[in-house]
Design a protein around this ligand. Structure first.
Ligand code: GLU
Length: 474
């Protein structure tokens, strides 16, 4: 069992391609097969190495590791040309000399008569003399593969069930190589090269988006003409925007590296994308690892209908996955972001305790930067904090607390000691505990809302920051 992802490196790894990769990977995982990559870089103008890198990095980040070296399609061009020559020699393909202008006129006429646009097979049976005339005129030609209108293509789609496509609906004889001077063969085109490469890579199951269904019909005809074994096909539903249209760049973030930069974590992305189009078997939770899904994945549970992208659900999953990560792992993920801010992570024990404090309220990984910030940098007083300190008794509360800390300093370890310090201060200076705690919070963290006060105080006390911060309010 061998499956593949065949991305074109003409853009960053798109969520739709990543989801196709994921279903292929899960299928291979469940069946004990191989998951392969082929970089379809035959569009020379639009293909870029940086996109290939982005795609491979994105797959790796998601945990979708592949078997064998990725195949680079452009390196196989001689094989592609050879196949075209053989189709020409066998009369299964022919040169079409129609000019762009002639084809345009043909389409306009079809439109005028309310017909669907299609190539009218006009150069299918040119005589040798006609061909010679076109060549002498200096016309260029494409190569077209014959598609009989009477033919019917059938396959049993592993997601969509029995499929049937009429030859007459395939748009007429299909171009398999780009326009080139008369005696040459231009660049081979998608449907042909996919068939040759999938066959060369011994792909047994082609799992890809439903936008390729018409291509599948054409490709099956090519497999037959080339006398190659036909793989099984599965067409997965598209990812839709909330309005039910195909998710596109206009919908904002669509590439995996952008999701990563926003603070989505790989496990949550992979988990969420699996749910986009696959229904979990009963009894299985919606939060799972790739390995767990890989044990039970099958194409029967892939939906036929498009899958709507739902930010709320993704955010929920991301927070769930973050909350369930061991603190050490979450620290590993956050460390590069913290270091990037210039914060030292040398004191691991302290960092882990900080993670334990802020982790449960994180939705995105980047929240772990915002929420950790007041522990690394003394925060400015925010509006609500300033107002709190202007309240009667607030400054006195801070003074009294500082005095008490002179007598009984707190090392930040036992929270009971902190509570005791607060009780004593409140009693001896006759300050309400609420006011005392609010003032302490503002002095330490600059604002009224935030994580658990005693734990926050403890973290700051351990790095000798609590009294400094209290003092700056006086
Ligand atoms: N390069 C094609 C794409 O990115 C591959 C389609 C296929 O899987 O055959 O859409």
């Amino acid at each position: 069992m061998r499956v593949r992802l065949a991305p074109s490196p003409t853009g960053k790894l798109h969520i739709g391609t990543a989801r196709t990769a994921l279903f292929n990977w899960l299928f291979a995982c469940q069946k004990g097969g191989k998951f392969l990559i082929r970089i379809e870089d035959t569009d020379k103008e639009r293909s870029k190495t940086e996109f290939t890198e982005n795609i491979l990095e994105g797959l790796h980040w998601l945990g979708l590791n592949w078997d064998e070296e990725p195949v680079i399609q452009s390196k196989r061009i001689e094989d592609h040309r050879k196949a075209i020559r053989s189709l020409l020699d066998r009369g299964l393909a022919y040169r079409c000399y129609a000019t762009e202008a002639e084809l345009e006129l043909m389409r306009e006429n079809q439109k005028k008569h309310g017909m669907a646009p299609r190539y009218d097979n006009r150069h299918r049976d040119l005589t040798a003399k006609q061909q010679l005339t076109f060549k002498e005129e200096g016309r260029t030609s494409v190569v077209r593969f014959r598609i009989n209108d009477e033919t019917t293509v059938n396959w049993n789609d592993l997601v969509r069930g029995p499929m049937r496509w009429e030859g007459v609906d395939l748009g007429g004889d299909m171009v398999i190589s780009r326009r080139a001077p008369a005696e040459e063969i231009g660049d081979p085109l998608y449907n042909l090269v996919v068939v040759l490469d999938d066959s060369n890579m011994e792909i047994t199951h082609v799992i890809r988006g439903e936008d390729h269904i018409a291509n599948t019909a054409k490709q099956i005809l090519l497999y037959k003409a080339l006398d190659l074994p036909i793989p099984k096909f599965a067409h997965t539903p598209l990812i839709l925007n909330p309005e039910g249209k195909k998710l596109s760049k206009r919908d904002g973030v669509t590439s995996i590296s952008e999701f990563k930069d926003m603070g989505y974590i790989s496990e949550a992305m992979a988990n969420y994308m699996t749910l986009l189009g696959w229904s979990v078997p009963s009894g299985m939770e919606e939060r799972f690892t790739l390995q767990e899904a890989g044990k039970v994945f099958n194409l029967d549970r892939v939906n036929k209908a498009g899958a709507k992208f739902d930010w709320d659900k993704l955010n929920w999953l991301n927070s769930q996955v973050i909350h369930h990560l061991p603190s050490e792992t979450l620290l590993q993920r956050l460390e590069p972001l913290w270091i990037n801010q210039g914060w030292s992570t040398a004191n691991k024990e302290w960092c882990i305790d900080l993670i334990k404090l802020i982790g449960p309220s994180m939705t995105l990984l980047n929240d772990g930067v915002d929420q950790a910030k007041p522990f690394f940098n003394t925060p400015l007083l925010e509006e609500d904090g300033r107002k709190q300190l202007e309240l009667d008794g607030s400054i006195k509360a801070i003074e009294s607390l500082l005095n008490q800390l002179e007598k009984t300093p707190w090392d930040g370890k036992q929270s009971d000691s902190a509570k005791e310090i607060l009780t004593i201060t409140s009693k001896s200076a006759d300050i309400k505990k609420g006011l005392l705690m609010k003032s302490l919070r503002v002095a330490l963290l600059g604002r009224m809302n935030g994580p658990d006060l005693i734990t926050s105080w403890g973290l700051l006390a351990r790095i000798g920051q609590d009294r400094l911060r209290l003092r700056r309010c006086l």
